[in-house]
Every structure is written in C-alpha cells, then in structure tokens.
Design a protein. Structure first.
Lengths: 192, 192
C-alpha cells in the first residue's frame, strides 16, 4: 500500500504457447479446435504455469486461430485470468474491437477445455463469439475441487436465446486426462 | 490478422481518476464507499470515457481505497473491462496476490455503482472481497438497455452461501441519475 495509484495490469501469454499453436494452420473441425484448447491446458500443467485449462478463439469459416489463453491466475496474480478471459481479450486486441460480432466480422468460435465458470460464461456472452465448444464438464472440474460458481441450466439457456450455439463434452476424456495430470503433480486449487 | 501472436493487453485507468479518488482518505461508511463508486461512474460519463459504471475496492476496517475501476469496454476495446473487473485486477496487482482473502489479509469490500452483471458476479466470488455494496439495480441497467446476462436470485444465494455479505440499492437514486445523464448524452449501449 505504498503507491497512491495501483499500477497498470499487463496480460500476456507465456512464450511457449508458440510451440503449441500453429498460427498459420486451418483448424477445420470442432475436434481440431478442441484439441488445440486441450493441448494448451496440458502444456500449462506440464510447465507448471497454471491451472489445467486452455482456450482458443477461431474464425469459424477459415479455422484460423485469432487468439488463445491459458489459465494464468496464479502466474499473474489475477483472479480474472481464466483461459477463456485471456483468449477473449487477446482476440479483441487483435481485431481492434470490443466485440467479435461487430459489423462485417466473420463468425468466431470459442473452444475451451472445460465448461466456463460463472465469470467466463458471462464474458462469453459479451465476447461476441457465436459458437462455444466445451471439453470437460463443470462436474469434472468440481471433482478436481475447483469451484465453478453459480452456473445453472438457465444460464446456458440464456446464451442459447441470444443465438449462441453450444456443444458440451467434446473430447471430454482427453480434457479430463489433463485434470488427472494436474492432480498427480499436486497443482494448486486456487479457489476451492 | 497480420501478426502471428496477438499483442499483450494493458489495463490502465484514465489519469483523471486521481481527481476523483482521495487515496489517503478513510472512506468510513458504506455510503462513503458507494459515493466514490458513483462519482467514478459520473466522471466516466462526463468525460465520454465509457459506460455509466464505477467501482472501488476498500479495506473494510481502515476505509482505505485499494483500487478503483471505471467501465472501459469501448475505450480499451475489451469486453471484459467492466468497472468491477478493473478494480479487482488492479487491487490484486497492488497487494501482489490472486485473492483479496489470502491468509493474513484484512477484509476487503467492493462498492459498485450497479449490480454486477453475470461476468462480474462470478469474478466477485473469485476476487476474495467479503462485502459487496451495490447502487443501481439490474433492472435499472436493463431499462437503459444494457444486457446484464444470466443472473438469478440463486446466483446471489450462491455468493451468500460462500459467506459474502451483500447490500443492494445503496444510494440507488444517485446511481440512476448517472444512467439518466448517460442517456441524455447519447452514450453507447455496447452490448444491448
């Protein structure tokens, strides 16, 4: 408490994400997209960089990666930096707009290695992505003893009414395997 | 789409917040705290800096301001930068921890000029604040045509079960007056 105004906050990915992401590739199918989100979650755990969660935002039609995120809560001392939140913010910085659904923009898709928590579900609505692909389920994350916050069937129904298309449980086993790795390595449960 | 990796994102307050916040003052009462949140919302509108929403995080016992936030969605092209989200992140940067409820920390209180949206409600849970003071209501914001996302009575009940103390409608009329100013000035509804 020794400065009158808190410093600015910087949100940046670890350099190693470039070893996981192929920025030139067309991630064509839903499974291609989800495998990238899960690969990011796995590498985040293997490097001891954060929680077992990864996410990526794609242009749906071209399959190009716009931005990715990895859970960075502990690494950056910032409770808001779930994987989805990083991916949304970096994607919006890249396109230079506060929504990925602006006039003339292509459809954007989020792939996340786990169902979004309450915060990330809300941000998904504000982000402008039109499709959402989820790997592990809320119950899977809670079995790992992460709190996921107040998300209900009616929360998802709200997003669907707004026109979002949502798939749950895509490559769930592969996503849950990363949770198992996290548990085996003794990873921190920062909000249990 | 011309760089392989999106740039880092920087989250910083406008310089004028130092004209609104007294970093040395003890904001003793709930009303003192709320008046600061509302003053930030008002100045954000008057300066054309963003939506009519302000927030501040305090040490409950001393009344000292740890960090503040103003809606910065349009200014920083970032859908996640609601006032509460800025305040949480800047507070955590200042204390150097990903939770404001860490071992040995004092109780922290959030004052926000409007009921949190779905995203901010989730982040409130992760932030570690133990008390939440809200000014204008969700219905007030929706009358202004802002979408607030999936927040239900059960969402608030979830936070209360986790031990958070919550007050709604504190100085509501003063908070709503800022919404009226925003409408009169033709402010953008960025997520309607």
């Amino acid at each position: 408490m020794d400065t009158p105004r808190p410093p600015a906050v910087a949100i940046a990915l670890p350099d190693w994400v470039d070893e996981v992401v192929d920025w030139e590739r067309a991630y064509a199918t839903d499974e291609d997209k989800m495998r990238l989100a899960i690969a990011l979650s796995r590498e985040n755990v293997a490097r001891g960089a954060g929680g077992p969660f990864g996410a990526a935002v794609f242009e749906e039609a071209t399959g190009r990666v716009v931005a990715v995120g990895v859970n960075s809560v502990v690494r950056l001392n910032n409770c808001t930096l779930h994987a989805e939140m990083m991916a949304f913010q970096l994607a919006q910085a890249r396109v230079g707009a506060f929504s990925l659904a602006g006039e003339g923009m292509p459809v954007h898709t989020l792939a996340t290695s786990c169902d979004p928590c309450a915060m990330c579900l809300g941000a998904t609505l504000w982000s402008g992505v039109r499709r959402v692909l989820c790997g592990a389920t809320r119950d899977d994350a809670m079995l790992l003893r992460f709190d996921e916050g107040p998300v209900f069937a009616s929360s998802w129904a709200y997003l669907k009414r707004k026109g979002l298309e949502i798939r749950h449980g895509l490559l769930r086993d592969e996503a849950v395997a990363v949770f198992d790795l996290y548990r085996a390595l003794g990873g921190a449960i920062y909000n249990g």
